[in-house]
Design a protein around this ligand. Structure first.
Ligand code: UTP
Length: 435
């Protein structure tokens, strides 16, 4: 490793338009200045400035519905779900599947102090989102006859509190040996000119690099190689803010096996045409992608109506080939309120967005797949997002959805309802579980 060269770092930062950071370093002690310069010089300033200054991409044109297993087909052919579930169950029992929970976000909209997974969803006082989801992964493992490797993506903002919360994981039915934490990267927040902001003296304002930070984090930590070496073929991903998320759904996994798909993504019919969710579609070149609602053209056909619920399955071979081949993820900008030091060194807490956070999107790799399949699922069975403190997609709306789903699941099986009505991983005669 080459020795740290402060002069070279200063020159590099000036060239990258970050002269103000060099000036700031001059106000720090020698050790602090070296640490700060080394950190600052390692940031990808050119890419950050470019992303901060680019308008979001133009609306996608000529969209078509995606290819995949529609809900209608699952209803029409009574046996298809059962057959696929058996295939998916065999895949799980063969130890070919791992899963990763995305839990690195800052959850600013919910405003809960701490990682979103530590939010008590209830109704029991210990039912955090981490516990609800952890119990589901444990139940899937019991049913498969082997523990499913459970990765948890954290960021420097969520790591410590998440590790602490996971000390309870044995009481959720998980074996500590099956749990692995992966820490995603951070990127500096920048102003309109692409200049880094200071969070405190000697400290850049940093933010997690988005859920797409999953991929560089897995590559850097050697996880893709680890999965391949362990004979794991599929990695599924899910979010911490959907208590109905079913990342080990045997039907989805069976569909992946049957279609030899590189990616399967779950979709639900949009509630209304203008619902603000990303839409699964095929683009003009026949590639599948998620199109953000902000990028949907006005003339999008009515048939393009499958919203993403952010549960996906990826082939490990596909991921390895993609990233071994040097695939680089694009950066997207989001205008946010970022507290920072002003030129006089005073802390400013803006009330309006003042800076750009740069993020990677997990699904930006979708168009790289040659074999992509959608798995349409029933919205009320699998989607109860917790995004905002109040109103739409809040704990209140999510709890109503979970309540309704618990009632459905039990009623259809003629089972007594739990009291209070709560989402526990019920297993019926070892043959069926809420997965
Ligand atoms: P969101 O995009 O809803 O962001 O994340 P968020 O950070 O949870 O909430 P807001 O926007 O600040 O209110 C969707 C999922 O992606 C994860 C989140 O933890 C959540 O499960 N995520 C998001 C990460 O793992 N890392 C990130 O950098 C961003």
């Amino acid at each position: 490793m080459t020795a740290f060269d402060p002069a070279a770092s200063r020159a590099h930062l000036v060239e990258a338009g970050q002269a103000h950071l060099v000036e700031h370093a001059a106000t720090l002690s020698e050790t602090e200045a070296e640490r700060f310069l080394a950190h600052a010089a390692a940031q990808p300033w050119a890419a950050l400035a470019k992303a901060a200054q680019s308008e979001s991409s133009s609306p996608a044109t000529s969209l078509r519905p995606p290819q995949g297993l529609t809900w209608k087909r699952q209803q029409a052919q009574g046996g298809v779900r059962g057959r696929l579930a058996e295939m998916g169950q065999a895949f799980l029992a063969g130890g070919r599947v791992a899963t990763i929970l995305l839990a690195g976000g800052q959850g600013t909209r919910l405003g809960h102090p701490g990682p979103k997974g530590t939010y008590v969803f209830g109704p029991e006082p210990d039912r955090t989102l981490f516990k609800i989801l952890g119990e589901r992964i444990a139940a899937a493992g019991r049913r498969a006859g082997r523990a499913v490797p459970y990765y948890v993506l954290v960021s420097p903002a969520t790591e410590a509190a998440t590790r602490e919360a996971f000390e309870e994981a044995p009481s959720w039915g998980l074996d500590p040996a099956q749990i692995h934490f992966v820490v995603q990267g951070q990127l500096p927040a920048v102003d309109d000119a692409g200049r880094g902001l200071l969070a405190a003296p000697g400290e850049l304002a940093m933010a997690p690099d988005g859920h797409g930070g999953l991929w560089p984090a897995l590559v850097n930590a050697g996880v893709l190689d680890e999965l391949a070496a362990a004979g794991i073929d599929a990695l599924t991903t899910f979010q911490v803010d959907n208590p109905l998320g079913r990342p080990l759904d045997p039907v989805m996994l069976g569909w992946m096996v049957e279609r030899k798909a590189q990616i399967v993504s779950k979709g639900v019919a949009k509630a209304t045409p203008d619902e603000r969710v990303g839409v699964l579609a095929r683009d003009i070149s026949g590639r599948h992608r998620i199109v953000e609602y902000t990028e949907l053209p006005d003339d999008v056909p009515e048939s393009v109506n499958l919203g993403s619920i952010a549960v996906h399955a990826f082939g490990v071979r596909f991921l390895k080939d993609l990233f071994d081949g040097g695939y680089e993820m694009p950066l997207h900008r989001a205008h946010k309120k970022v507290a920072h030091l002003d030129a006089a060194g005073a802390l400013v807490k803006p009330t309006e967005p003042n800076a750009w956070k740069l993020e990677r999107f997990l699904f930006d790799i979708f168009p790289e797949a040659d074999r992509f399949e959608v798995h349409e699922v029933k919205r009320t069975w699998e989607f109860a997002p917790v995004k905002n403190a109040e109103g739409t997609d809040s704990p209140a709306t999510s709890r109503l959805l979970v309540d309704a789903e618990v009632r459905r699941w039990h009623t259809e099986r003629k089972l007594p309802l739990p009291d209070p009505v709560s989402l526990h991983p019920l297993e019926v005669d070892g043959a069926e579980a809420y997965l």
